[in-house]
Design a protein around this ligand. Structure first.
Ligand code: HEM
Length: 590
């Protein structure tokens, strides 16, 4: 078959023909040729073409669109230079907040893109199925649609029916022992081992560990345990082999979503594409192994997320999920459910360190509510007995949201109106979580860490204005799991250890940010989620055993999982892995 190359002109032929066409135009006998004109060279014509394109872009984004009436940075809407720069630097949310404070809660910031930082508007957008997810969710790497990236509300509803049971409060409660084992228990085990080492060397029982990295490994171990059927063993065994593949695949997904021209381009980011293929292969192998085991040995006693995916039959459509579809769902859980949860915990512990009065209060609450150093702390009990800790977590999610930007939705055909601004159908509106959480109209002293705002009068209304897990139709499916993981970990750490920042830290209660007048917050970076930017530099903390003698210790020979207390359960050894009976909680979720 003759290739295109044989009929296409060579580059020099193409240049010659453009030159002669240009000259034919300027020497044409037609009326426009009566105008004075120079004989233009090819490059001059190229300049004219670029200038025309530029003028056309200005007309398109600043004149022939109703969006031009919405306030916003004029040149940015044309070039989007700062948008791309901040996306690459991982501080897009800071840039958007700066614009929001200048232009108000609805502003036009790039071609066809409007940012929304008002809670009423956000609820309206996220509460309507007609505002489908925008093309910023496109990715080529997962090989099958999934609950997160799909734009199709019907598909999303089917998936929620199919995989929703894996994330209910009662199912997560059944998984609680497993979650505890790979979170609080594993981390305590690591801390105790490190303390043993220091004590042997110095005679002092304390240790220094990197909480930012360890929370991250821990959250991968949770998802791998529940959705891959076995822990990746990052925290206990230091097995980080897969971490690079996951981050590299996530980075590729983010680039494809932000710069659509890179979608499915095999010659770009080859290493990440190879990592993505290997991650998919690894995941497929695990799923096929489980399917084989189901056939040979029967289904496992413990119905984890993976088993729920394999078994799921949609009642309405009768659809089962194919292996490729489960691969896609599992990988998306790794992206959606790991860095988000671990960053939330990292910001929370950091904020407690730079606000010592709040740290003292929360420690007092946890130790008074659970004074027995040998008891486990069950999620439902922690949630009901630790309102101040809950307020601390809410406030940390408000100040340092793990997902601060990015909820892009396409305005439906009929258009929409926000704050008196008419927005035509087809525009992408971004529900801007960081802007919502720092909007001074809704939050008094928005840059200050004040957990008390989530207690007492007005707290319920303020919780309604929290968007950390989104809201409406596409609200985070994993929020019950996230709350469980965060509460199990934070309550145990705060009760069992005293924490302080190392002497050489760059941050602390006395290091004040001149911009806010508040303690300086360690720099963050927006990647898969918004987390600390320099974990290896800033993520260290010193732990010392807590002195609980000041708190009355009731005699309790059973742990709160209803089993007899064994030291193994507290030193982080696997302990009893049989499923627990379901418990229900009535906790409010964001
Ligand atoms: C503190 C931790 C977490 C935060 C802050 C968080 C935040 C969010 C947000 C803001 C969204 C909406 C995204 C959008 O519309 O673009 C979302 C969606 C989602 N999250 Fe989470 N998430 C967390 C933990 C988890 C966990 C642990 C899982 C599961 C293991 C999970 C699974 C999902 C899924 C599947 C969606 C997509 C829902 C849909 O589009 O229908 N998340 N999450």
């Amino acid at each position: 078959m003759a290739g295109f190359s044989t009929i296409l002109p060579t580059p020099s032929e193409a240049i010659d023909s453009i030159k002669s066409a240009a000259n034919a135009f300027v020497t044409s006998p037609l009326p426009y040729n009566k105008l004075p004109h120079p004989q233009l060279s090819f490059w001059q014509w190229a300049l004219v073409a670029i200038a025309s394109m530029f003028v056309w872009r200005i007309l398109k984004v600043r004149v022939f669109t109703p969006l031009a009436k919405i306030p916003g940075p004029f040149w940015e809407t044309i070039f989007a230079y700062r948008m791309y720069k901040s996306l690459i630097e991982g501080n897009f949310h800071d840039y958007l907040l700066e614009q929001q404070l200048k232009y108000g809660p609805v502003f036009y910031f790039a071609k066809n893109k409007v940012c929304v930082g008002d809670p009423e508007d956000a609820r309206y957008i996220l509460g309507k199925k007609a505002f489908i997810k925008s093309k910023t969710y496109n990715t080529s790497i997962l090989g099958a649609p999934n609950i997160f990236t799909t734009k199709d509300p019907k598909f999303n509803e089917m998936r929620r029916r199919q995989i929703g049971p894996a994330f209910t409060v009662s199912h997560i409660a059944e998984m609680e022992k497993t979650i505890h084992n790979v979170t609080a228990a594993a981390l305590k085990e690591k801390i105790e081992t490190l303390m043993d080492q220091t004590e042997r060397q110095t005679g002092i029982r304390q240790c220094k560990f990197n909480y930012v990295n360890d929370f991250n490994y821990m959250s991968f171990d949770v998802i791998s345990e529940l959705a891959f059927g076995e822990s990746f063993g990052m925290l206990r065994k230091g097995n980080y082999r897969i971490l690079e593949q996951i981050h590299s695949t996530g980075f590729l997904a983010a680039i494809e979503a932000t710069i659509p021209i890179t979608l499915d381009k095999e010659f770009l980011m080859k290493k990440s594409r190879k990592d993505a293929r290997e991650l998919a292969e690894f995941t497929r192998g695990i799923i096929q192994k489980r399917i084989r085991e189901n056939q040979e040995k029967g289904k496992p006693e413990k119905k984890d997320i993976l088993q729920i995916f394999i078994d799921s039959v949609d009642k309405e459509t009768g659809n089962r999920m194919s292996v490729q579809e489960i691969v896609s769902e599992n990988i998306i859980l790794l992206f959606a459910g790991t860095d988000t949860a671990s960053s939330t915990m990292s910001w929370t512990l950091f904020l407690l360190m730079v606000y010592p009065d709040i740290y003292k209060k929360v420690v007092q609450e946890v130790r008074s509510a659970f004074p027995n150093p040998k008891s486990n702390i069950k999620y439902s009990e922690a949630r009901s007995k630790l309102p101040y800790l809950e307020a601390v977590i809410y406030e940390s999610m408000r100040l340092q949201a793990a997902v601060p930007t990015g909820l892009g939705r396409t305005v439906p055909k009929g258009g929409a109106e926000f704050h008196g601004h008419k927005i035509p159908g087809g525009t992408t509106v971004y529900v801007f979580i960081h802007g919502l959480h720092r909007n001074p109209q809704y939050w008094d002293q928005p840059n200050k860490f004040i957990p008390e705002r989530f207690l007492g009068e007005g707290a319920a209304a303020r919780k309604r204005n929290m968007f950390g897990f989104s809201t409406g139709y596409r609200i985070c499916s994993g929020r019950n799991l996230a709350w469980t993981e965060i509460f199990l970990t934070m309550s145990r750490l705060l009760r069992d250890y005293d924490f302080e920042l190392p002497k050489d830290t760059l941050y602390g209660p006395d290091v004040i940010d001149p911009k806010t007048g508040e303690p300086k917050i360690m720099p963050g970076r927006l990647g898969l989620a918004f987390g600390p930017r320099h974990p290896d530099r800033d993520g260290w903390i010193i732990a010392k055993p807590a002195d609980l003698s000041a708190f009355s210790i009731p005699v309790d020979n059973t742990n709160t999982h209803g089993m007899h207390q064994s030291s193994a359960a507290y030193s982080g050894v696997d302990g009893n892995r049989t499923p627990l009976t379901a418990v229900s909680t009535t906790s409010t979720l964001v």
